[in-house]
Ligand binder design. Structure first.
Ligand code: PMP
Length: 458
């Protein structure tokens, strides 16, 4: 076992900026510092081990110690460690990967644009829509509709189309080109007495109203996850996608499918549209699982009809004005090729399909627990929503933060879960097996007991 050098108490922290963290408390309270990985576990600087039950941010699909991927990277580093894919030049591994990807994606004759993160891939999807519409003679058609309470990345564009008003305000974002509709979260967003079918019809009508109000000639794209993972894991009710898609088709609006989390195995297939939606989007983005996150790597996938529109804009002098020095990085490409090979050699998608019912059973076993308001599970992920009222006055005080409180208790027990408001989510590495799920749910139960006791004592 490698020895772990323990850093001095706050060494390196004073000058570190960490996102989604309290910048002030970071200066006085040391964050969790991970030193190494072992399968689905991470080990901190003091040697304490944690199961990463949400695969970091749903991204560590092969866990934290897959040496096959390290080997693939090392081999490529020795052969050709970098090269920019642009200006009519590229590398052989990028060509090989493009062939492998297009054969596995649900869009026939799709075109692949490479970049380094889900954030970038989503930003470019909006940019490509604008470009295509400029050269299709409808430049005004550039606004984007997305859904409240969603997350699509961290650039100015992505932060704007993520539906969090507080975030729009704190970064003074110009929101002129963005509109929002309700998340298809039936449990939390339904009206009193509303059936699922009525809820779906109301959301489709809302989409149509938003389009009409903005002017259909100004709306270029609808941007959404196929299953809302970023809003706390809320599977859309049956009929939601056909109803929404019918509205989009009526107004010539491109459907952009954010598969940054759902893509590459999370739903037991290469993408969620394969088995969940039953129809094809116009653009699609993949990141996270595509390289198992062993390298910053992502793609924007463009359907052939959209690409044909983009072809009209090819400038004679400069060609297509878009590239990035590190886009299509050869080491990243070599890792993604190995990810695809390993997924097939080891039948990872089949394994995920076997584990989905195991995970769902473990999640729904919490139904009826005195402290639980709702349970949700879809693909290889599940959420339990805590009922703050069940924890007495202390629970009420922590309403909206109960997920975070449970995470803190679980971490003491060696389990990292993903908090979201009053829910916690699990979505382990794809490689997790039945024994791992048993351990995850046992630790979660211990964490819950600790939280109940702590709140009762307070
Ligand atoms: N889209 C979704 C749905 C995401 O969850 C995320 C990241 N959590 C992103 C996009 C952004 O991806 P990245 O963090 O790789 O930039």
């Amino acid at each position: 076992m490698a020895t772990v050098e323990v850093a001095r108490p706050n060494e390196g922290v004073d000058n570190l900026m960490l996102g989604y963290s309290d910048l002030r408390s970071l200066q006085t309270r040391r964050p969790l510092v991970i030193a190494r990985g072992d399968g689905i576990r991470v080990i901190d600087e003091n040697g304490k081990s944690y199961i990463e039950s949400c695969a970091s941010f749903f991204n560590a699909s092969f866990g934290y110690s897959e040496h096959e991927l390290a080997e693939a990277a090392y081999e490529q580093f020795k052969l050709m460690p970098l090269y920019s894919s642009a200006s009519h030049r590229t590398v052989d591994v990028v060509l090989r990967l493009t062939e492998m990807l297009t054969a596995r994606l649900p869009l026939p004759d799709a075109h692949i644009s490479y970049c380094c993160s889900g954030t970038e891939a989503n930003d470019y999807a909006v940019k490509f829509m604008r470009y295509r519409n400029v050269y299709e003679g409808k430049a005004a058609k550039r606004k984007v509709i997305s859904r409240q309470n969603s997350y699509h990345g961290s650039t100015v564009v992505d932060s704007s189309l993520g539906g969090a008003k507080g975030l729009h305000d704190s970064f003074a974002l110009d929101m002129a080109d963005y509109r929002f509709v309700t998340q298809p979260d039936y449990f939390n967003n339904r009206l009193e007495g509303e059936s699922e079918a009525e809820f779906v019809a109301r959301l489709a009508k809302e989409l149509e109203d938003v389009i009409q109000e903005a002017g259909p000639e100004t709306i270029g794209m609808f941007f959404a996850e196929p299953i809302c993972f970023s809003s706390g894991l809320t599977p859309p009710p049956d009929g939601y996608w056909p109803a929404m898609k019918a509205v989009l088709d009526r107004y010539d609006i491109l459907h952009m499918d954010d598969e940054v989390i759902t893509g590459f195995g999370r739903t037991g297939d290469w993408t969620a549209v394969d088995n969940t939606l039953g129809f094809k989007p116009d653009l699609m983005t993949l990141a996270k699982g595509i390289s198992a996150s062993y390298f910053p790597f992502a793609v924007t996938v463009i359907s052939d009809p959209v690409y044909q529109g983009m072809l009209k804009g090819n400038d004679i002098q400069h060609g297509f004005h878009h590239a990035g020095t590190l886009h299509g990085h050869p080491v990243g490409a070599a890792i993604v090729i190995r990810v695809i090979e390993l997924m097939e050699e080891r039948k990872v998608l089949e394994h995920v399909r076997e584990m989905i019912p195991v995970l769902h059973k473990g999640i729904h076993a919490w139904r009826g627990h005195e402290a639980i308001a709702d349970t949700r599970a879809v693909g290889l992920a599940g959420a339990i929503q805590l009922d703050p009222a069940a924890f007495g006055p202390k629970g009420e005080e922590n309403r909206g933060q109960m997920g975070q409180r449970l995470l803190e208790c679980c971490m003491e027990r060696g389990l990292i879960v993903r908090p979201r408001a009053d829910s916690v989510i699990i979505g382990p590495p794809l490689i997790a097996g039945a024994a791992d799920y048993e351990e995850i749910f046992a630790l979660l139960a211990l964490g819950m007991k600790d939280l109940q006791e702590e709140m009762r004592r307070a």
